[in-house]
Design a protein around this ligand. Structure first.
Ligand code: NAP
Length: 528
């Protein structure tokens, strides 16, 4: 049952005076539970607890952290139907999606548990001493990754489970040894509270320090701003709009001690369709893309918002097919009236731009909080001249850019902002003739896809979910997959440190049996 309170460490608490409710977009009415925004005092307490908890949590062995992460997964499953019904009532998303996202969340937690049990993720690197080196003796230097400290995680509106309370950012930070303070997303505060109760139960069952996790409610930007500005916070994880992410980056940069803000923000995910592919399977590509553009009401960061092709009869036929396919798809509910409003506003902004042609627009009657999907068309030269056309329209919308030739296509790509993904649809060996297009695309994105769709992000070690700004604030990291743990750690060296005082990962006998680099050789061997 949800109480509407915050979790300040292990305690439920509601000392604030500002309250709010979540909204059921499918029923177009508020849900019943009243949530209380965290007060300044509660923020202070949560951070003091997190700071104290860090001193113990940072040294907890991987096996014990794994028990905690696995217990969170078990406790989330134990929430049963209540979690699924709350999720659906707060997001308008269907039950199947809720169950799928729960599975993904649990899978992420377990993969981080496996990672910390195996232990080699700390990248232990040892250069042994050379006392007889001439002209100067060489010290013994040993390096590994260590946690940054308390991390603030902003829950994402479009993934109430997998990118929110116990989502990828939280799982990665806990695995790294960082306490987490979640700034719950106000659209799904109930889902957030239920998942928080699972995390707290797991923390208590596995003997974690009080303050290893807190969950703060808010329905405005103040709580988030206080958290990002607070000296006890050492890093921030965020998924959402460019405007919100950028505001947090700027705020963190102004602190006396600037801190990393790892944001995953807007992306329009360019898709390049090469001429032969259009010639051979125009209809099939149109059908596939109509499905991808409208999947989940287009509310994915990997939604294909930009389709690029070279002027031809086949490209025109494709545009016609895409228009026909997309209007046959029944719209589905958006997450919240504000997201729906944002969709209509941004769609209108694009449609009202000079030289933009509306190719398809769903015109049948739709319910409140449902979007009308649309496709627009513009030529390459006009796209290059008007930056407003690069705007992310978060929802079931895509723009086809008709380029005059391959050179203009490469120029359009080179002038895009950073993106999460880029896709090439190609037939036979035609891709080899487009090296400048491929090169331009690789320079702008974090992941390149061949003959597929960008929607659907596999959670695995080799996945990169990130990209040049503004797809993410730091293109060196992925926010999906176990490598995302690297966002919450820093390298640290011990010089000539007594063996028995070193962390186990760096001791001569390699008691954790992890993979290490010793004097340039990678192995699990002991140092004699
Ligand atoms: P958002 O407006 O960026 O908000 C995300 C979170 O950040 C919320 O918890 C919000 O707090 C907080 N926040 C926003 N601006 C802030 C600021 N200046 N200072 C401190 N905290 C701030 O995103 P959203 O609410 O999820 O959705 C709004 C729009 O973002 C969507 O319509 C869509 O265009 C875009 N979006 C994009 C993606 C993507 O993956 N590309 C994902 C989600 C959303 P409060 O809500 O409490 O104010």
């Amino acid at each position: 049952m949800t109480t509407g309170k915050n979790y300040i460490g292990n305690q439920l608490s509601a000392k604030g005076s500002k309250t709010f409710k979540t909204f059921n977009p499918e029923l177009n009415k508020e849900n019943d539970v009243v949530y209380t925004e965290a007060s300044s005092e509660e923020i202070e307490t949560a951070l003091a607890l997190a700071s104290a908890a860090f001193l113990e949590f940072r040294t907890i062995p991987g096996v014990k952290k794994a028990k905690f992460l696995n217990a969170i997964a078990d406790e989330i499953l134990a929430l049963g139907d209540e979690l699924i019904t709350t999720y659906c009532a707060e997001s308008g998303l269907p039950q199947g999606r809720a169950e799928g996202e729960r599975g993904r969340t649990i899978g992420q937690l377990k993969s981080f548990a496996n990672l910390v049990v195996a232990g080699s993720w700390v990248e232990a690197t040892i250069d042994t001493a050379q006392p007889n080196r001439e002209p100067m003796p060489k010290s013994d230097i040993r390096k590994m990754l260590i946690p940054l400290g308390p991390v603030v995680v902003f829950g994402a509106s479009n993934f109430p489970l997998a990118f929110s309370t116990a989502g990828g950012d939280t799982a990665a930070a806990l695995a790294a040894g960082c306490p987490v303070i979640v700034k719950s997303h106000p659209m799904h505060a109930g889902t957030g509270e239920l998942v928080s109760s699972a995390i707290i139960k797991a923390a208590q069952k596995t003997g974690m320090p009080n303050g290893v996790f807190s969950n703060l409610n808010s329905s405005g930007i103040e709580v988030g701003q206080k958290l990002v500005s607070h000296p006890k916070v050492k890093a921030v994880g965020f998924t959402g709009s460019i405007k919100g992410g950028r505001a947090l980056l700027d705020l963190a940069a102004k602190r006396e001690e600037p801190i990393p803000v790892l944001t995953e923000m807007g992306s329009i995910n360019p898709v390049v369709i090469l001429p032969k592919a259009l010639e051979n399977r125009n209809q099939q590509i149109a059908k596939t893309y109509a499905g991808s553009i409208t999947l989940g009401s287009g509310q994915f960061c990997t939604n294909p918002g930009l389709i690029l092709g070279i002027e031809s009869r086949e490209l025109n036929l494709f545009i016609d097919s895409l228009a026909q396919e997309i209007i046959q798809i029944k719209p589905s509910c958006m997450l919240h009236p504000n997201i729906n409003k944002g969709y209509h506003k941004n769609k209108k902004t694009i449609i009202s731009q000079d030289k933009v042609q509306l190719i398809a627009n769903y015109t049948q009657e739709i319910k409140d909080n449902y979007p009308a999907q649309a496709i627009v068309k513009v030529n390459g030269a006009d796209f290059l001249q008007n930056n407003k056309l690069h705007l992310e329209v978060f929802g079931p919308f895509s723009m086809v850019v008709v380029c005059k030739d391959a050179e203009q296509l490469a120029t359009v790509i080179a002038n895009l902002e950073g993106q999460l993904t880029g896709t090439i649809i190609s037939d036979n060996d035609e891709i080899s003739k487009y090296t400048s297009v491929i090169s331009a695309l690789q320079n702008r994105v974090g992941r390149i896809i061949f003959n597929g769709v960008p929607t659907g992000v596999e959670v695995c070690e080799s996945m990169v979910h990130g990209g040049p700004y503004p797809a993410s604030s730091d293109s060196r990291f992925s926010s999906v997959g176990v490598s995302s743990i690297k966002r919450w750690v820093r390298p640290f060296s011990f010089q000539d440190w007594p063996n028995e005082l070193l962390p186990k990962e760096l001791q001569n006998s390699n008691p954790l049996n992890i993979v290490r680099s010793v004097d340039g050789k990678v192995s699990k061997q002991k140092i004699e």
